[in-house]
Design a protein around this ligand. Structure first.
Ligand code: NAD
Ligand code: WQD
Length: 348
C-alpha cells in the first residue's frame, strides 16, 4: 500500500479530518505515504487531534480551519496547493438533531459538498471519496443488504442529505467526468489502539458504544436499551458494528482504486463486517472485556430505528481488496481504552 514506488506523493484533502472517522483516516493515509491536508471548522472536533495524529504517525499534516459552507474559504483551500483527491467527511451527523433542525443539516451537509465540487473542479479536482451511510437502506427487504438494494424513504433529514449527496455525486460524475466512490458505513465504533484518537465529539454522544463506555466510566448513571420486543433472537435491534481503523483503511483502498485507470466513474461500496450483533450482545461482550457490570433499563423503542441491518461486503472485498479484520471484542476493548484515556486526561 506504500506509495514509495511512485515519483509523486499524492496530496489528499481530508475535510472533517479532525473528526472521528476523518482523524483515523488521516493516520492511515500518512502511514501509507500520502500528503494530507485537513480542513475542518472544529464544529464537532478539537484542534488537539492534529497533534495526536502527528504523535501516532511521526508525520505532519497541514491543517486549515475553514467552514466549507463559506465559498471564499473553500476557494482559498484549492488555490493554495495542488489537491489530487478529496475525502469528504465534513458533515453534521446527529440523526435526532436533524429532525429538530432540518435546515441546519440541509445547509451544512449539502452546501459544503456543493462548494467542494464546484470550486474544487474549477481548480482541477477530478476524484472524490464520500462518506455515506447505511441509513440510505432504511429497513432492508433482504439481508445482508447489498449495494443494489432499493434506497428507502429517509427516516430523517440527516439520512436524506446522504441520499441527495450520493445523487449529486452520481449526476456530477455522469455529466462532468468526476470520479466518485461513495462509501456506505454501517456502525463505526472503537478507537485507535494508541488511545490517542477516538470518538471525541463536542456534543454528548447518543450512539450505543459511547453511551456504554460513558456509563462504565461513571459519566452517566445508567442507560436505556431502546426496546426488547423486536422480532430478533433476543428482542433487541441488530447492527453491523465495524472498527473505525478498518473503516479508515477502506478509504485508502478507495483512493487506490480512484487512482487506478479503467474503473467506473461512480461507484458505491458497503463498509461493514457482514455480521449482525444485537444490543444485548454488545452489552454482554462489553461486560466481559471490561469486567464491569453495566447499569441499564429496558425502555421503549426509539422512533426511526430499523430492526435489523448488516452488510453484504463482497463488492468492497472484491473491488477494493479490503476486508474488515477486527473482532467485536477488539472494537470494544479499543473503545474502552479510549474512554479510560479521556478520563485519565480529565477530558469530558
Ligand atoms: P464527526 O462529527 O466526528 O466529524 C465530522 C467533522 O466535520 C467534524 O470534525 C466537524 O467539525 C466537521 N465539519 C462539519 N461541518 C463542517 C463544515 N461546514 N466545514 C468544515 N468542517 C465541518 O463525524 P464522524 O463520525 O467522523 O463522521 C464523518 C462522516 O461520516 C460524516 O459525513 C458522517 O455523516 C458520516 N457517517 C458517520 C457515521 C458514524 O456513525 N460516525 C456513520 C455513517 C456515516
Ligand atoms: C445502535 C443500536 C439503538 C443507544 C446511527 C445513525 C446511522 C449511522 C450510525 C451516521 C440501536 C440501540 C442506542 C442507546 C440503545 N450514522 N441503542 N440505547 O441508530 O444504528 O445508527 O449511527 O450515518 O445513520 O442512525 O446507531 O449506535 O445509535 O444505535 O439501545 O442509548 O443501539 O436502538 O438498536 P444507529 P446507534
Amino acid at each position: 500500500m506504500s506509495l514509495s514506488n511512485r515519483n509523486k506523493k499524492y496530496r489528499i484533502l481530508v475535510t472533517g479530518g479532525t473528526g472521528y472517522i476523518g482523524s483515523h483516516t488521516a493516520v492511515e493515509l500518512l502511514n501509507c505515504g500520502y500528503d494530507v491536508v485537513i480542513a475542518d471548522n472544529l464544529a464537532n472536533s478539537r484542534p488537539e487531534v492534529i497533534n495526536a495524529i502527528h504523535k501516532i504517525t511521526g508525520k505532519k499534516t497541514s491543517f486549515i480551519k475553514a467552514d466549507l459552507c463559506n465559498t471564499g474559504a473553500v476557494k482559498k483551500i484549492f488555490d493554495g496547493k495542488r489537491i489530487d483527491a478529496v475525502i469528504h467527511f465534513a458533515a453534521f451527523k446527529a440523526v435526532g438533531e436533524s429532525v429538530e433542525q432540518p435546515l441546519k443539516y440541509y445547509r451544512n451537509n449539502l452546501l459544503s459538498l456543493l462548494n467542494i465540487l464546484e470550486l474544487g473542479m474549477k481548480a482541477g479536482l477530478d476524484k472524490i471519496v464520500f462518506s455515506s451511510s447505511c441509513s440510505v437502506y432504511g429497513e432492508p427487504d433482504q439481508l445482508p443488504v447489498n449495494e443494489s438494494a432499493p434506497l428507502k424513504k429517509p427516516e430523517s433529514p440527516y439520512g436524506n442529505t446522504k441520499q441527495v449527496s450520493e445523487q449529486i455525486l452520481a449526476d456530477t460524475a455522469a455529466a462532468l467526468g468526476l470520479r466518485v466512490i461513495s462509501l456506505r458505513y454501517f456502525n463505526p465504533v472503537g478507537a485507535h489502539p494508541s488511545a490517542l484518537i477516538g470518538e471525541y465529539p463536542l456534543a454528548s454522544p447518543s450512539n450505543l458504544v459511547p453511551v456504554i463506555t460513558q456509563t462504565a466510566i461513571g459519566k452517566r448513571k445508567s442507560f436505556t436499551v431502546f426496546g426488547n420486543d423486536y422480532d430478533t433472537s433476543d428482542g433487541s435491534c441488530i447492527r453491523d458494528y465495524i472498527h473505525v481503523v478498518d473503516l479508515a483503511k477502506a478509504h485508502v483502498a478507495a483512493l487506490r482504486r480512484l487512482f487506478s485507470p479503467g474503473n467506473s466513474r461512480c461507484e458505491v461500496f458497503n463498509l461493514g463486517t457482514g455480521k449482525g450483533h444485537s444490543v444485548f450482545e454488545i452489552i454482554n461482550t462489553f461486560e466481559k472485556i471490561s469486567g464491569k457490570k453495566l447499569p441499564y433499563k429496558i425502555g421503549k423503542r426509539r422512533p426511526g430505528d430499523v430492526v435489523k441491518v448488516y452488510a453484504d461486503t463482497r463488492l468492497a472485498n472484491k473491488k477494493l481488496k479490503w476486508y474488515a479484520r477486527h473482532t467485536l471484542e477488539e472494537m470494544l476493548v479499543s473503545a474502552w481504552k479510549w474512554e479510560q484515556a479521556l478520563a485519565k486526561n480529565k477530558i469530558s
